[in-house]
Design a protein around this ligand. Sequence first.
Ligand code: SF4
Ligand code: SF4
Length: 420
Amino acid sequence: MEGYRHSVLLDKDKCTGCTTCLQHCPTEAIRIVDGKARIDSDRCIDCGECIRRCPHQAKKASAGSLENMQRFRYKIALPAPSLYAQFDNLDDIDYVLNGLKKIGFDEVFEVSKAAEFVSEYTRRYIRTEGIRLPVISSACPVVVRLINLLFPSLSESIIHLHPPVEVAARMAKKRAMEAHPELKEEEIGVCFISPCPGKVSYVSNYKELYDLHIDEVVPISDVYFLLINAMKREEAIESLSESGMIGVGWASSGGESTAILNEGYLAADGIDNVIRVLNQIEDGNIPPVNFIELNACPGGCVGGVMTVQNPFISKSRLQSLRRYLPVSMNRMPEGERYIPQEAFFNKIEEFAPERRLGSSMAESMRMMSDIQRLKNMLPGIDCGACGAPTCRAHAEDIVRAGGQEPDCPILKARMLSEGK
Ligand code: SF4
Ligand code: SF4
């Protein structure tokens, strides 16, 4: 996609060029150039792994702000279920939802409510005759971008259903317009309170293509402290929550799969595990399952870099919270047989897959052979001194740039010491 807008950014002044991020970027999107990290926009999937790893806080996530919501007359908050897991001893979601109203929102619509509908749509989708199984969840935008970039043969396996956040935004706007006929559609603003930068990029890049109804994406970390002050336990609260165990469970890995109520699923979390699973699917080396849930963050959305709590603690809090909830509070109306049209998106953005080297098979083969030749010349220690994460990546950079010789400081030093 031309001009892709990323939400993971580098603060050059803080970067020391230490190469930590270089070693951990799952798509090899980072190079060190002139002593500073540089992110290749075409390869970056906004997973936030470099934010987690940088010891100098030189990587950051950019997102929208609550102030930007002031442009709307009527403001709706869409809390991600991972927001609930940020609070210690929370036994009632309504404290969080009332807190959101106190900090300035007119209405709250839980993403977990929409997730319960998406779970039901998914169950129907999988049961539809002729669907090629397994299907891969579309809920994690980082995984969707990763598949399109590095595993394009699996793109068609992604379920063509909008993720719960967009389904929630559509339902929320529709409900507000019905309840407030005095408002024009453009006066109603929908703000997603997000655990990860991946969702920021999803909205900023695909708003037009998918006619997304989300207007602003704000980090959980930005609302957390405001909510702590607003959530007063002694005050009487309105009953607002409309979701059950199924919807809230989506916040952690495995929650979406168990909501399918079918044993034929596979769930993996953490970007390295996700890549391992995708490689195995591509190789045809997985057990027969119907549904694959992949979350880029460790533990699922509770592990997003825009949350404030340790994902393992969050996961355990969610388990306690879910004990107080009904199984589900949202079912498709009795007798309704079809998934509504607006739940689908029609096409997946096409990317130039990164694995494709040249414009033709012959050119790609020639380039592969040049890469192999250069790689054989290099020391093979993947030290990062050249600015690339591995010797192979360095060889590929040289060949893609039309070069023929490696530019490796270790190799040069060795040749000097051998008098070559
Ligand atoms: S981890 Fe990356 S961004 Fe952070 S200081 Fe080191 S090179 Fe720079
Ligand atoms: S966000 Fe992820 S893909 Fe992008 S540079 Fe950082 S680690 Fe690499």
